[in-house]
Design a protein around this ligand. Structure first.
Ligand code: SER
Length: 596
């Protein structure tokens, strides 16, 4: 079965069950500053999972392109990828477990409507529960019962594993804890327990037996689908509130599923990679399989990123793309490929995917041009850097002076049997990261470049505004962006409707009251963990340094009216702020409001 048949079958299956098919969103998140790339199908749908009505209704299905770079070093094995497509079906306060689980199994097993997989080869995990979550979530007995009924339809007895999570006898259902079976994107937002479907890749070896996690690590069992039952909104560390409506978010990796359905040992053997690997084989001078897979994966990511408007640079998304492309160039060298080979492989990818993702074709010359340009730039850097590296120049210095990637210096050192002084290197890197972190915080906090008096005042007013909004509209109003100039304060936040006049008046009143009582503004610097415990507001998904500074408005950190992770600067006393007024409140995007 081809990947295209799987994609079509999936969408048709759910369309028949009342789902509207929506197109993939961009890899560049539209209104979500918490993540550089779309990493899951649910990400573009967060406002609807939070309760905002979706224009297409309460049941959706799609195939979403995703980028995840956290596991980049694992790429080259049988299943890790930095770019993948995720099939998903959604219920926004519509159906829940008792529809979702049987549908999933029907799709996996049915020969006519689905994938025709063998029910005997499935093992399912469920959430064992967690006392602190949302005031206590019990073990997901409901999903266990539904799975048992579903297996029973095929005459399969499905026993539940004990606390040891060992698969033996007729064990089919494995309850696992929060690290395995509780899903959230980033630090806060919609979340819930999940059930994951694993397929046995080697039935000839008899019934799988042993610790469940070992069976997964050895690739004997491979996860292909995850159904998340979203019931909570995580608002801060350890703090959950129930969502307005219960939702279902499922995600099935297209590459893995295609591999499993066709009994392929790796995702690189599927038709999704077939022409790409063929081209790589044609251009390679040796058989370094890992290098080939890395090139295939990385160039595929790069092509999709550029098509969605990302350009190689030294910051944020652009840096990730640069790193991926440069790593790909390195591995074309390992494979003995001629220069500019990536460009040719990109052409194959554009052809392979261009009918489904038409922006690949529309942007094909930009994509190829950016790839060639970056390769050229990198080769110049490499030449200079390599000469310096051979002379024994410090890798960190190389990074700073030539943009010579640290990862590459490490790989080169390894190849040459040189050991890099890790401690020294990491210390320099840490310092560097703290500096860029401070820069990023500044940028995020609204391009607070100059310390002009007006800007500092607006900055402190932003903290008061954010707390007042939370007081009036509820704790889920997360910051979505902020921009301050000498003329005005602009603040974007997650909220799904227009504020009423009464709400606006209340927010103004609270801020003006805090200004009126002349609250002191102070800063403390705390180790990150301790800082988090104070309940100070911070940006989810953001990685802070080991020491963070918290600005608090009030007499003490404990009884402060507002506390936020922030680099400052701020006024010393709210009394100097003058009068606060909302001049405008408008929508900037679905689920995001802007206040001036
Ligand atoms: N959000 C879940 C995941 O990405 C299911 O879609 O795995």
């Amino acid at each position: 079965m081809t990947s295209e048949e799987i994609r079509q079958k999936f969408l048709a299956f759910f369309e028949k069950r009342g789902h509207k098919i929506i197109p993939s969103a961009s890899l560049v998140p539209a209104n979500d500053s918490s993540t550089l790339f779309t990493t899951a199908g649910m990400q573009p749908l967060v406002p609807y999972l939070m309760g905002q009505p979706h224009p297409q209704g309460t049941r959706l299905a799609d195939c979403q392109k995703c980028v995840r770079t956290a596991d980049i070093d694992d790429v080259g094995d049988n299943r890790h990828l930095t770019f993948f497509e995720m099939l998903g079906n959604w219920s926004f306060g519509d159906y829940f477990k008792k529809e979702s689980i049987p549908w999933s199994f029907d799709f996996l097993i049915s020969k006519e409507e689905g994938l025709g997989l063998d029910p005997n080869r499935f093992y399912m995990t469920v959430f064992v529960g967690d006392p602190p979550v949302g005031g206590g979530i019990p073990c997901d007995e409901e999903s266990i019962k539904i799975w048992q009924e579903v297996f029973a339809k095929y005459g399969i007895e499905a026993k539940v594993a004990g606390e040891d999570a060992v698969v033996k006898d007729n064990v089919r259902i494995i309850p696992l804890g929060k690290e395995d079976n509780f899903w959230i994107a980033g630090e806060t937002g919609p979340c819930g327990g999940d059930t994951e479907m694993f397929y046995d890749t080697d039935p000839a070896a008899g019934q799988p037996a042993g610790k469940f996690n070992d069976l997964v690590l050895s690739s004997r069992l491979i996860e292909i689908w995850n159904n998340v039952f979203m019931e909570f909104n995580k608002i801060a560390n350890g703090k959950y509130e129930p969502l307005v409506k219960k939702n279902v978010d499922t995600g099935m990796g297209l590459e893995r599923t295609t591999a499993v359905v066709n009994n392929h040992a790796t995702v690189f053997d599927t038709d999704l990679f077939e022409p790409i690997m063929a081209k790589i084989n044609e251009l390679s001078k040796n058989d370094d399989e890992r290098a080939k897979r890395i090139v295939a994966d990385h160039i595929r990511s790069a092509v999709f990123m550029i098509a969605d408007g990302v350009i190689p640079s030294n910051t944020d998304r652009g840096y990730i793309l640069r790193r991926i492309l440069r790593r790909a160039v390195r591995y074309t060298d390992v494979l003995g490929m001629a220069q500019d080979s990536l460009n040719q492989i990109a052409g194959v990818i554009i052809n392979k995917y261009g009918d489904i993702y038409t922006n690949l074709k529309d942007n094909s010359s930009i994509i190829k041009n950016e790839i060639s340009k970056e390769e050229k730039k990198f080769r110049e850097t490499l030449e200079k850097g390599l000469r310096e590296f051979e002379k024994g120049r410090d890798p960190f210095d190389l990074y700073q002076s030539f943009g010579f990637p640290i990862e590459l210096a490490e790989e080169l050192a390894k190849e040459r049997g040189i050991t890099i002084d890790r401690a020294k290197f990491e210390e320099a890197m840490k310092k560097h990261q703290e500096l860029s972190k401070a820069g990023a915080e500044q940028k995020f906090k609204g391009g607070l470049g100059g310390d002009s008096e007006k800007i500092v005042k607006y900055h402190t007013a932003t903290h008061l505004l954010q707390q007042a909004l939370a007081d009036v509209l509820g704790p889920s109003v997360a910051q979505k962006g902020s921009n301050i100039t000498g003329e005005r304060l602009r603040f974007d936040f997650a909220f799904d409707r227009k504020m009423t006049d009464e709400e606006k008046r209340k927010v103004e009143q609270i801020v003006n009251e805090k200004i009126g009582v002349n609250l002191p503004v102070n800063k403390v610097i705390l180790p990150r963990e301790e800082a988090e415990k104070t309940g100070a507001r911070h940006l989810f998904g953001e990685k802070y340094g080991d020491q963070v500074s918290i600005y608090f408005i009030g007499d003490s950190l404990d009884n402060a009216y507002s506390k936020e992770f922030c680099g400052g600067p701020h006024v010393a006393n709210t009394g100097v702020l003058g009068h606060f007024k909302i001049s405008k409140e408008e929508a900037v995007a679905a689920g995001v409001r802007r206040i001036k």
